[in-house]
Design a protein around this ligand. Sequence first.
Ligand code: PHE
Length: 494
Amino acid sequence: MDADSLLNPERRMLRRMQEKPGHEWSLTEILEACQWKDQAVAVGAGHGLTNGGLVKTKENSSSLVRLATEGVKAKESGLLEARLWSWISTHEEPSMANLQSNFERHEAGPGVGLMKRLGVQMSNGAFAAENPEQVTTQIAERTAFIQSLPQPENSLDSDMLEHFKSRRGLIESVVSTTRTWTLTSAGQAVASDSLVEKQFITEITSELLQSDEWKDAEYRPFDVTLESSTPRTGRSHPMQALIERVRSIFLEMGFSELVDDYVQTAGWNMDALFIPQDHPAREMQDTFYLENPQSIELPKHLTDAWGAIHEHGGDTGSVGWGGSFSAETSEKGLLRTHTTVNTIQYLAENPTEACRVFSVDRVFRKEAIDRTHLPEFHQIEGIIMEEGANLQMLVTTLKTFYAKMGYPEVRVRPAYFPYTEPSLEIEVKWRGKWLELGGAGIFRPEVTEPLGISSPVLAWGMGLERLAMLVLGLDDIRQLYISDLEWLRNQPIL
Ligand code: PHE
């Protein structure tokens, strides 16, 4: 073994030991010779030297018998039999009845048993011993035993040990290990001038880096295999961290964020998006309609415009859905089922200004909770409105977003939404499989024309929890919301 690789404590310990070759060093001797206070340093250094073959360790495990909780009390105030015996011997009327008023209930019962086994019997309501001297001697022996502890187990009288082991809480055995160290010939052969303790650099400062010293300096080595405790500090919930990441990606791509209420009207949530009023998704199983507010008034010009579109296509050249449109249905209050309800209102307010807007927000659907469904979840929504915007641009934008998230393989497939044409489904490759993450498309004229929107609008909406499942490798979406501290602590920083 090369002395060069020895750590400072090992160097010191080896050097001291070389001063007395052949000596078997105890821990106390090592601590004193090396001027250490911490046993762990000595044991650690001894371990290192032993691994290097420079020192031999002898370990001795021995069992020590010491007082347990009840034993400590007995040592202070006497064993129960000793106290009872002195009471019996001195009391004028050592009867059972008197015993109970002089000793605690939990002591009286076992006490009588103890006395009986020592040969002190109850007769005619009083205690009497056949051989009082013997009782006194036996009790004195027991007391001496208790007073003598702690002692190595093998030095103790085995009958006495058995006796006290059978009584609860008086004594206990602990195994203690003692070590001694002896120099080996290899240890002896290490040149002592190579055992000078090195000055290690523990901190890299700018002065050090600016000077030339760092080139020849010795750095304190770190043992990365040692166990260490993980610092537990407060941190964002993984969902929040993911939202922040999505946000920063869109901001970086030149989008501005839109934040809006989740209490909305059926009109904006559906009619404005040309979702027919008899569409199954409007039924109770999908949408949470509100009792309060049950309905929210909408400007008549809006419901009229949507009515015209739905019934016959308005001026768009579309034939609409036919049937008759109900403004009352439009005014129903609900919890938004998608964030498209907010982007469409943004467009209605800003119909002619080119824009790039996104939101990451909560939506609600009447879903049964299972591995992949929650009634409350988040959508990542976005729109681009500008002259000449086209499908290619939409696909590129989505691909760029997912590439920045770390998923370079994205594909789109034809899909259907009542409010977009063409419509797309976005899929991301994960662990060799294509996973559907959301929908996208270009808003139909039935959506844009009544609101006076002139340029093409590219739109998309994607599930955030689905993305979280990918990022965090989850099989069950519910894991995100069950406040499992252990799991939360072990999540990567996103
Ligand atoms: N709103 C759709 C959904 O909730 C997603 C979507 C948004 C589709 C925009 C096309 C355009 O699934």
